[in-house]
Write a protein that binds this ligand. Sequence first.
Ligand code: SF4
Length: 466
Amino acid sequence: MQSQTIAFDAGLLRRYDRPGPRYTSYPTAPQFHADFGEAQLREAVQASNEEPIPRRLSLYVHVPFCFSPCFYCGCNRIITRDLARGEAYLARLHREIALMAPLFDRDREVIQLHFGGGTPNFLTPQQLGDVVDTLRRQFHFADSQDRDISIEIDPRFCEPGWLPELAKIGFNRASLGVQDFDPKVQEAVNRIQSVEETRAVVDAARQAGLRSVNIDLIYGLPGQNLEGFGKTLDIVTEIRPDRLAVYSYAHMPHLFKPQKQIDGALLLDGEAKLALLQLAVEKLTAAGYVYIGMDHFALPDDDLAQAQARGGLHRNFMGYTTHADSDLIGLGVSAISHIGNTFSQNPRDLPSWEVAIDTGKLAVFRGMRMSEDDTLRADLIQSLMCQGRVPVAALERRYGIRFEDYFAHELELLHPLQEDNLVRFAPDSIEVTSHGRLLLRNIAMCFDRYLTPPAADAKPRFSRAI
Ligand code: SF4
């Protein structure tokens, strides 16, 4: 059983603060290649339909538009106030649904639908409702209690009156971007958002009967300090969302152009960032939140915390989820699908996605088929991220391997982490300790076959651990 506490050792965290993937998938997206195209995706869907027990489906819809640019942003988004662009996008999205849906057997239930962005509430409830209606007509939505329909909301552009409409459509979870309420920080990142407008959306979501509300915060933003971030944490714990994500700001302007607008003089050093993280961990745990893993906290009665307690937590491109073993269908520009043992991604630029849809093609531009080794490592990393342990004996049985032979090199890489008390070896497993819980990605990196040490002058492709 993994440790339920988090030990905060600044010296240790400083030493392990290095770039690494977030492992929403393994292998990670840089391994996708152009040889995986439409034909391979069709084959993968066909094979997935032939599974003896129909595998359930998760749907992800990407809405790329935002009204205003946040300077810290690393998402695939297009800044516009032209609502007509949303109309044109939706017309093609409906076409993409019509292209994809018939490929999947009708007995496969949709258990999860998520709208991400960008800003999904760039679209009106009416437009969102039309998309959900089309999906309901084309796919078989599960009736079960645990079926989720969720949406990321930018509270600055959401009228509280929209929430009852979203609830009527079937939305039962919402995730709100906040980042920091400190006015100086908001100015530095070009995202001015009041406590009142945020609280109004949370209240409206609760009154409308949504099952859970998440709030996103970021530490390490320009101009942040303990006092301001402490106030933000106090306000947020008082609003008391069911879930909280506290992400580290990764300043990588060579990858994310909007970040070039951030004043470098306002950026925090590693020490200051660590202090903010420590403050967040202390305040959130004191307020009763449980640490789920990889930046995520939840109230103990939330589905995620409950799922973690009974070993039923999973992780996919949308983050942590309670839904096991479903195939993921990504719709819209840049969206990623995970069907059977394959990954595939739609073009990341709008014109290429549009051309594919307009010519009646599945809009995949790259992907990959996982090898057996990939599947084994994906399984192992999933256990680490969700249960905080490597189930050695179970993996040996499942994959017919002798763990210490198969992973001899990886166990060597893990050795210093064991010495630093991030992991400990139990008879049938490797367990993450309270010191390792904030360093899950460093532990996972030991098992990532594709990670090669970067050249000395290379710019990092991944964000840092802290
Ligand atoms: S952070 Fe969110 S709202 Fe801001 S520009 Fe990026 S996607 Fe849009």
